[in-house]
Design a protein around this ligand. Sequence first.
Ligand code: HEM
Ligand code: HEM
Length: 187
Amino acid sequence: MPNQSPPSRYGAVAQGFHWIIAGLIVTQFTLGWMADDLPLGMHKLALLARHKSFGMTVLMLAVLRLIWRLFNRPPELPPAMTKTQRIFARGTHAAFYVLLFAMPLTGWTMSSAKNYSVSWFGRFTWPNLISPNEHAFNLLKSTHHLLSDLLLAIAILHILAALKHHFWNKDDVLVRMIPFIKSEKRA
Ligand code: HEM
Ligand code: HEM
């Protein structure tokens, strides 16, 4: 773990990971929900192929992001935050990191259990993680669905918390995650 003093704001790499992955998560929900509404057919399979490719991109970025995070301290939370708020904020961030791995891994294993290939934008195919197994497929499908609900709930709380910091507490928590904006005027 790093032992240098914490920076006053997130750096460009942390911001880049944050916003690219946030954009991909929105894309994943859009594609997943659109596919969910369609009957089995070419259109559904095309949407799911894209969903899988973007999802595996999230997995690759999550690996890089976690490695980066382990060697780079984040800024301190504002001193005005209570102990409970700190535990909540850190817990939410930790849950995000777990879900950034759990979502793609359950999706990938689910596809393997059905022997559906997982390609990365048609460039290469990821190996199957397990042998075909209908029971495992059903279990993983429910888990993927349940975890996506959890991710959605945490993301909504996270966004509301960021907005509360900005508009209610008027601290620099949101601004320090946004590229090119200076946070001098805020606490
Ligand atoms: C961060 C990454 C991911 C997120 C946020 C995500 C989210 C979702 C959501 C919201 C759905 C809609 C249906 C539901 O509510 O269960 C879904 C369905 C699905 N996802 Fe993902 N997913 C991710 C990654 C992956 C990956 C990497 C794969 C496969 C390699 C995958 C395979 C699937 C499949 C096959 C379905 C359709 C399941 C069905 O038959 O209903 N997902 N995903
Ligand atoms: C849904 C996709 C999102 C995911 C998965 C996500 C994930 C994360 C994670 C893991 C962190 C902790 C960073 C670290 O210390 O390593 C973080 C921080 C942060 N996120 Fe998000 N985020 C998402 C969307 C958003 C959105 C839309 C906003 C703005 C409204 C936002 C605002 C922030 C802020 C301000 C921080 C810094 C908090 C602090 O300084 O402690 N995030 N996010």
